[in-house]
Ligand binder design. Structure first.
Ligand code: BGC
Length: 929
């Protein structure tokens, strides 16, 4: 394999640090409604409001707030909250404050601001104004009809002209599709969203998007144009041929795409207009996009373009009237998550010509999205772009892992875009309803040698904001985190996918669950997970089984549901959202379904050991026993499935009881706490021998038992010792799979063997993270041995080079190396722990995290015998800070003895650290070693 070390183009750091406030003053900034800045479509009856307080003072906190919500900006300016004036509320709450005013109706645009009182009772100035707009809340708000092309075409173009009689005051478009759409208004693209309305369980829920097009409408004639493709709804879905070999691989939700459009216009003269999709629209399937498949790519014939098709005066007499289907019984919901967009553009770093006239571009980074092609040539010339993650030994693209059968047929992901030139001047092409996972692009069909400028790599994913940064003195670890982040970005397309390249791209809960804390450290995942947790609930089987993946386009009652460690993601992930963002509502929404899952498992677990039905029972997927390496044992790595399953049963039950406690369901809290205790007892009885050996005697078994607190406290040491012995026995290498690797790292650290964790993270032979990095990886591989020097690639039927699961170690890196840790007892970073644990030869590390309360920083360096730790704690939060030091006398803060310093309180000494509690502000601790 040739994976050249490419130029590392990191994600633009956009972590928001609010500008400093006036000395001594608290200021509310970054106003959010349902996590979003000025959202256009909220369909939550009582939205939640959050703000970030800034101040230069230490130990600053909010003691009261007042929120004003007004129906007009002028009213707000006049200090009138005609919809809601909370009055002065004595409360520290500055996140998720529930709107408590007059009922909000469809389409209402409301304006709000907030002021806060600081710890001394001094009022802040009012914040800047923010707004949110309500979506269409009632089915009756929709006047539009679902329209489409009829027949069996894959892509259709629709249009409609209309007159705007006078100046426009405001215009809003609500739009959706069963399939995917791209929207144009009088020659211009509306919005930047891609692959909208995104993937949901369409039978239960379809998202719509809202666009403010006030500035795009002109008095006089206007035209709407829409291109509608198959997408997940009517197109081919990954692994259909594996899940139900005899079933269809396309059209799993419906046979053909449909489109829904509603534009509401308010005129300056007080009049209104509504333009909706209905029988007056016209459609053609003779446009330039001949086909567009998420997996296979797009075929585009520019000779068939129809210039002006999205303008008023276009002659559409050859187009047909649309097919107005019968009403489609779906629930329309406003999109809560960030839309998919082009987030970054990459330039190729090189180009080769391994075979005459076949050019291979290298982007230096395994990325996800598509290419923008710039080309000149005679009309009809066909240029083909094939996308691949790696090269073979001859420098050709390696596509075997895309699983396209050699004998043909509808399987695999061709990831091929084909462009037929129109033949006039420079032509620019980008596909529409597809995306590819690639670092290399093979271009064929060009009449002359292209320049590097011919291709631009458009990086496409759900446009979730970055939240965390990680940097340390080890270039390898920096590269590893960079790879983790790229992998996360490559697997966020409306849902967290397992991989972005082969014909799979499913929202596997097991992978997402082990990666979820890393995901939250790296990016602001609240909205993304809010949406996906709905997908999970929508795919729950009737008997309570959570799905193995969501959305579940097959029948969740029949198959691919209820597997240990996968289905448990349905409990673990909402808990993560709560811990990271203080989101109680998500627990309220999710609790009943989580309870049904736990009850289902209880039913499969006589004597509280999960011996009954375990779905596909993947176990500790990709554990050490699956590696094909010379001299590597093929047994002893896999924790027995029954042990893993029962461990997850205990974990989910315990989390369920904690959820119940948070949302005030005391009976359930007690009931499930007691059940969790009984499962632990059963686990110990069934699987733990008197000498502490856990059945199977695997690294993974100890890691899971320790992580899920299954072992009585007095016996944790034995389990940790045995875990380390099993690592040592493997010559200090891992035999764990995706469910246990990160958990093992965290438990080594927690149980006093941070030295072993550092040894593993620095290990360079396979299986290890550094092996990937040092063999050219720019994303995390699915398998430890996806490629091995001398042996080559693993079995192409399952060998992705862009898989999140083993990247879960990012959580350990944030928690341990830079030491940023949320506190489950005080969620949303209201209180958190800064506990860097230097080791592994590191000299310094710096982490920042943009929490829902504001920026958290932990930045340490070791210099001769001095350890320096810079910490930032957001206003209205507190932190417990561990400073590695010989004793309290050895620690200063900003030059003073630490415990005498403002905002710092000495708590205790513990395990070679002095522990302080600090209020908000910036601190510099220095400790003599
Ligand atoms: C996916 C995994 C997933 C698994 C289920 C694979 O094909 O890529 O990441 O969790 O199936 O075992």
């Amino acid at each position: 394999m040739k994976l050249k070390k490419g130029v590392l183009l990191s994600m633009a750091a956009q972590v928001l640090i609010p500008s400093a406030s006036v000395m001594g003053e608290v200021r509310p900034t970054r106003l959010r409604c349902e996590y979003a800045a000025n959202p256009l479509s909220i369909d939550v009856a009582r939205p939640r409001l959050s703000w970030v307080l800034v101040s230069n003072e230490r130990a600053e906190a909010q003691t009261a707030y007042r929120v004003l919500v007004a129906s007009e900006e002028a009213k707000l300016a006049a200090g009138l909250g005609d919809l809601w004036d909370s009055g002065k509320v004595a409360s520290a709450q500055s996140i998720h404050v529930v709107y408590g005013g007059k009922p909000l109706r469809s389409r209402m645009r409301v304006h709000w601001k907030v002021r806060a009182w600081d710890r001394e009772g001094k009022a802040s100035p009012w914040s800047e104004n923010a707004m949110w707009q309500m979506g269409l809340l009632e089915p009756a708000d929709w006047k539009a009809k679902w329209v489409g092309a009829g027949g069996s075409s894959s892509v259709a173009m629709l249009r409609k002209t209309f007159r705007v009689p006078s100046r426009v005051k405001c215009a809003t478009i609500y739009v959706s599709a069963l399939g995917l759409y791209e929207l144009r208004l009088s020659g211009k693209r509306v919005g930047e969203n891609l692959l909208a309305p995104e993937w949901t369980n369409y039978g239960k829920r379809v998202q719509y998007q809202t666009y403010d097009v006030t500035d795009m409408l002109q008095p006089g004639e206007n035209a709407i144009g829409a291109i509608v493709g198959e997408g997940w709804y009517a197109g081919r879905i990954g692994i259909a041929q594996i899940v139900v070999p005899a079933g269809p691989s396309r059209g799993l939700y419906g046979p053909r795409p449909r489109f829904l459009f509603q534009m509401e216009v308010k005129l300056a003269d007080g009049g209104t207009r509504i333009i909706v999709s209905d029988k007056t629209w016209r459609v053609t399937t003779d446009g330039p996009i001949r086909s567009s498949c998420l997996l296979d790519g797009e075929v585009y014939d520019a000779r068939l373009e129809m210039p002006g098709w999205d303008l008023p005066r276009f002659d559409d007499s050859r187009w047909k009237p649309v097919d107005v289907g019968p009403g489609v019984p779906v629930k329309l919901v406003a999109q809560p998550n960030e839309p998919i967009r082009i987030v970054e553009e990459l330039k190729p770093t090189g180009m080769t010509e391994p075979t005459p006239r076949v050019f291979v571009f290298d982007f230096g980074q395994n990325m996800v999205g598509w290419c923008r092609l710039k080309v000149r040539g005679p009309a009809g010339t066909a240029v083909t772009l094939r996308h691949a993650e790696v090269l073979d030994d001859d420098g050709n693209i390696y596509t075997d892992n895309l699983r396209v059968p050699k004998e043909g047929g509808a399987a695999g992901a061709r990831q091929t875009d084909k462009y037929m030139l129109r033949g006039k001047g420079e032509e620019v092409f980008e596909p529409h309803f597809t995306y590819h996972g690639f670092r290399y692009v093979e271009v064929r069909g060009l009449s002359q040698k292209p320049s590097l400028d011919s291709l631009t790599g458009c990086v496409i994913h759900s446009a979730v904001s970055p939240a965390g940064r990680f940097e340390c003195s080890s270039p390898m670890l920096n590269k590893l985190m960079e790879n983790i982040r790229w992998t996360q970005r490559g697997n966020m397309h409306s849902i967290p996918t397992d991989c972005p390249q082969r014909d799979e791209r499913m929202g596997w809960l097991g992978d997402a669950q082990v990666f979820s804390q890393t995901a939250c450290f790296n990016m602001d995942m609240a909205r993304f997970f809010t949406k996906w947790l709905r997908d999970i609930r929508d795919a729950q089987a009737d008997d309570g089984r959570y799905p193995d993946f969501a959305p579940h386009p097959f029948d969740p009652n029949a198959r691919f549901s209820g597997s240990p460690g996968w289905a448990d993601g349905g409990v673990i992930i909402p808990w993560r959202v709560y811990v990271n963002y203080g989101d109680k509502r998500i627990l309220e929404e999710h609790f009943d379904s989580a309870k049904r899952w736990v009850e289902y498992v209880r039913g499969q677990s006589p004597e509280l050991i999960w011996t009954g039905h375990r779905g596909n029972d993947y176990g500790d997927w990709l554990n050490g026993d699956t590696l094909l390496l010379d001299g590597w044992p093929d047994s002893g790595g896999a924790v027995p499935n029954e042990v893993l399953a029962t461990a997850f049963f205990a974990r989910s039950t315990e989390l369920l009881s904690r959820m119940a406690a948070v949302i005030g369901r005391a009976d359930d809290a007690a009931r499930y706490a007691s059940l969790a205790k009984s499962i632990k007892t059963a686990f110990n009885r069934a699987f733990v021998k008197p000498d502490g050996c856990i059945q199977g005697d695997t690294q993974a078994g100890y890691a899971l038992a320790l992580r899920f607190d299954l072992i009585p406290d007095a016996r944790r040491d034995i389990a940790a010792k045995l875990m380390v012995e099993r690592i040592k026995e493997r010559n200090w290498r891992l035999s764990t799979g995706i469910q246990s690797t990160t958990r093992l790292m965290l438990e080594l650290t927690r149980n006093g063997r941070n030295d072993v964790a550092y040894r593993l993270i620095n290990e360079r032979t396979v299986p290890s993270w550094a092996y990937m990095v040092e063999h050219g990886a720019t994303t995390i591989w699915e398998r430890w041995d996806g490629y091995v020097e001398g042996r080559g690639f693993r079995d192409p039927s399952m060998n992705s080079f862009n898989h999140c699961a083993f990247g879960g170690v990012g959580e350990w890196m944030f928690r341990t190396i830079v030491g940023i840790n949320p506190d489950e007892e005080s969620p949303g970073f209201k209180h958190f722990t800064i506990r860097p644990r230097p080791g592994g030869g590191l000299e310094w590390a710096r982490g920042t995290y943009e929490s829902i309360y504001g920026a958290v920083v932990s930045d340490w360096k070791m210099n001769a015998d001095l350890f320096t730790l810079d910490v930032t704690v957001p206003v209205n939060t507190t932190a417990t800070v561990y400073v590695p030091a010989s004793g309290r006398a050895a620690v200063t803060e900003s030059g003073k003895r630490a415990e005498k310093s403002e905002g710092v309180e000495f708590l205790r000494t513990e395990d070679g650290s002095v522990v302080y509690r600090v209020g908000s502000g910036k601190y510099r601790f220095v400790a003599r070693q």
